[in-house]
Every structure is written in C-alpha cells, then in structure tokens.
Design a protein around this ligand. Structure first.
Ligand code: NAD
Ligand code: DAU
Length: 339
C-alpha cells in the first residue's frame, strides 16, 4: 500500500508514521506537511532516512501541489491529520482554521475523487459534538450524537466531516471518519494542557489553569489513537464514523496535580486564570462501535502513559526548549499576559 499521511510532522501524525513503519513494514508512507508553527521535522528525525518513507513539504490547500503529488504517487490510502488544532488559537483567529481544516480537506477529497483511492480517512475530533454536563456522568457522545461545535476550531472540524460524508454520498469517495478524545504522549506541542504543564513545571514557572480547573477531558495515550486510526482506515466501513476514546475522564486540576506529583514540584505553582471563552465542560466517548466492530481497545493505563510522557519530556529537553525559545515566547505572552 502507498499511504499519504498529511500533517505527519505534528504531534499525532508523527506518532502515526512511526506506528505505520513499525507495524506495516511492507507499506510505503508519504508525509505531506506545510511545517506550520506546529509542524516540526525533528519529530520525524528517525523516519527521514527510512527506505519506505518520503517527506514532502507542501500545503493541503495548494491544489496544484496536492494534485501533482497524487499524480506521482497513486496513493491507495489517504489519512488526513493536517489541521490547525488549538482551540485557543481558533478563538484568536478563526480564518486560518476554516482555510486549512475545511478548504484543505476539500482539496484532498477532490484529489481522491480525481485519482481514485481505496480509502480517504478524516482524522476528526470528539469536539464536533460540543460538550456534556459535568454532573451527568451517565451521558456519552455516540456516533449519532448531534454536531454542536462550540469553538471555531471544532466548527471547522465538523464542517470538514460533513464535507467528507457528502463526497461519499455524492461521488462515492470511500471515506471514513474517526472522532477521538484528547490525546497525550511524545511530541505534543507545549501549547496544549499536558505538555504545557510539564514544561512549565520543569522550569518552576506558574501553571495557568483556566477557570476553576473543573472541566473534564477523556484522555487517551497517542499510540492507542494511532492503532485505532490504523484499524478504521484499513478495515472500517466506508461512509461510517467511529468514535475513539478510552473511558478515562479527568478534570484539568486532577491532571495538573498528578503532573506536579510525578515531578515532585509544589502545588503552589498552580495559578487560576480567566476561563477560555465558550469553554466546553466535559467530553466523554462511547467507544462501543469501534470496540465491538473492529476489536480495538486502549492498551495504555493513564498512570503509565502519563509517567512515560513526563519521562519523554525529561529525556528530550532540547526538543521543547528549542520550541520555547522561538516564536512560542510571543504566543505565550499574547495568550496569557492579560488572563
Ligand atoms: P498538531 O497541531 O500537532 O499538528 C498539525 C500538523 O498539521 C502540523 O505538522 C502542521 O504543520 C500540519 N499542517 C497544518 N496546516 C497544514 C496545511 N495547510 N497543509 C499541510 N500541513 C498542515 O495537531 P495534532 O494534535 O497532531 O492533531 C492532528 C489531527 O488530529 C488534527 O486533525 C486534529 O483535529 C485531530 N485530533 C487531535 C486530538 C488531540 O488531542 N491532539 C484529538 C482528536 C483529534
Ligand atoms: O478532544 C479532542 C481535542 O483535544 C482535539 O480536537 C484538539 O485538537 C486538542 O487540542 C484538544 O482540545 P482541548 O481544548 O481539550 O485541549 P487543550 O490541551 O487545549 O486543553 C485541555 C483542557 O485544559 C481544556 O479544558 C482547557 C484547559 N487548559 C488548557 C490550557 C492550554 C487550561 O486550563 N490551561 C491551559 O493553559
């Protein structure tokens, strides 16, 4: 199989490429990535010289670039991880989210339609369902929950999902969609909760918790997400949506305290700051469909996954210090100074 992975220089995409090279040695992987602020070739360092791997710097919204690549490579499968992915940035500047996440997905779907593929897999998110009340632990997102996106980011992802399903219905492009809960693990960009708290705690800096820290996320180790996407894109039914999550709900404050405990740092570093506008209260996934239909189940216990993740940030200090020393400084200042 010849597989296109878009956004493969980002957090989940790079983990997915390593998963593919390890578990499907006969397949070839081409990564198309624009190397935005979130894309980092250092994430792919161990893949770059692999004989079954090719990296192409390019933008999924650049129709000429995408069509040329499809013409050259004749892909069997396309897995679209490329996206603007951070909710806070979407609150600040929605336009780029619509451009990349919606228009970019359309360009890829058009290329799939023109050149023909066995599968177009859209990596989506549980955020398309909006949120659930904190005090109703009996409620979960299923694949038929209504789309009720709260942020410009999640609205753009919901739009892309609808477009993918429309291309299935109208043009018979064989699409699948997966909607996963929050991931954590190696190569996670330090703008997101877990790596932000680990790296700041390691530098003895204050830890900005939004609101009261009561919001709940359903955390999944990134390799478990990669295994699920792999199963869906190879064996899932065309035209179907699959939710991915490991029933691991934690409040933000619990997460931050756990990180401090692992690092042996004081809770006095925690600082409560102004809440995120439109902040989703709780995400929780019903994973019955993927577990019963495709036999997927999460393999990593949260405590083990968090330990491994903290250890990765300890072992790879130069990876995140390089990020923190660049444009990130301005981002942090802009986003947090007035909170
Ligand atoms: P990320 O921000 O770490 O990486 C995104 C990657 O896409 C980067 O390498 C970036 O350079 C690339 N990219 C951005 N715009 C591009 C463009 N126009 N053309 C080509 N490449 C472009 O994101 P992530 O956290 O790895 O998320 C990957 C996907 O998974 C996204 O679609 C996201 O919506 C989805 N998702 C993420 C999570 C999570 O917890 N992180 C959970 C569920 C779903
Ligand atoms: O649910 C899947 C989604 O998970 C993905 O689609 C997104 O791409 C991914 O970024 C993530 O979205 P969240 O908004 O849930 O992740 P984030 O790490 O930004 O925030 C997690 C929680 O922590 C959220 O309730 C906001 C809170 N938070 C976050 C940051 C960055 C803080 O309290 N302080 C912070 O500084």
């Amino acid at each position: 199989m010849n597989i296109l992975v878009t956004g493969g220089a980002g957090f989940i995409g790079s983990n997915f490429i390593y998963y593919q090279l390890k578990n499907h040695p006969d397949d070839r992987i081409v990564c198309l990535d624009a190397l935005t602020y979130a894309g980092n070739l250092a994430n792919l360092e161990s893949a770059l010289n692999h004989p079954s791997f090719r990296f192409v710097k390019g933008d999924i919204t650049d129709r000429a670039c995408v069509f040329k690549l499809f013409e050259e490579e004749k892909f069997d499968i396309v897995a679209n991880f490329a996206a603007e992915s951070h909710v806070d940035r979407s609150v600040e500047n929605p336009g780029v989210f619509l451009h990349t996440n919606v228009f970019g997905t359309q360009v890829l779907l058009d290329a799939c339609r023109q050149y023909g593929v066995k599968r177009f897999h859209q990596v989506s998110t549980d955020e398309v369902y909006g949120d659930l009340p904190i005090d109703r632990k009996d409620l979960f997102f299923t694949e038929s929950s209504p789309l009720r996106a709260s942020s410009p980011y999640s609205a753009s992802k919901a739009a892309a999902d609808l477009l993918a399903l429309a291309y299935y219905r109208t043009y018979q492009v064989p699409v699948t969609i997966s909607r996963c809960s929050n991931n954590y693990g190696p190569y996670h960009f330090p703008e997101k909760l877990i790596p932000l708290m680990i790296t700041r705690a390691l530098n003895d800096q204050s830890l900005p918790v939004y609101g009261k820290g009561e919001n709940i996320r359903d955390w999944l180790y990134v390799e478990d997400h990669c295994a699920a996407v792999d199963l869906v894109m190879r064996s899932g039914r065309a035209g179907e949506v699959y939710n991915i999550g490991g029933h691991n709900e934690k409040s933000n404050i619990e997460i931050v305290k756990l990180i401090l405990k692992i690092l042996g740092k004081p809770e006095s570093l925690i600082t409560f700051v102004a809440d995120r506008p439109g902040h989703d209260l709780r995400y929780a996934i019903d994973n019955t469909k993927i577990t019963s239909e495709l036999g997927w189940s999460p393999q990593t216990e949260f405590e083990d996954g968090l330990q491994k993740t903290v250890q990765w940030y300890l072992n790879n200090r130069s990876w995140w210090e390089n990020i923190l020393a660049g444009e990130y400084k301005n981002y942090y200042e802009r986003m947090y100074a007035r909170r």
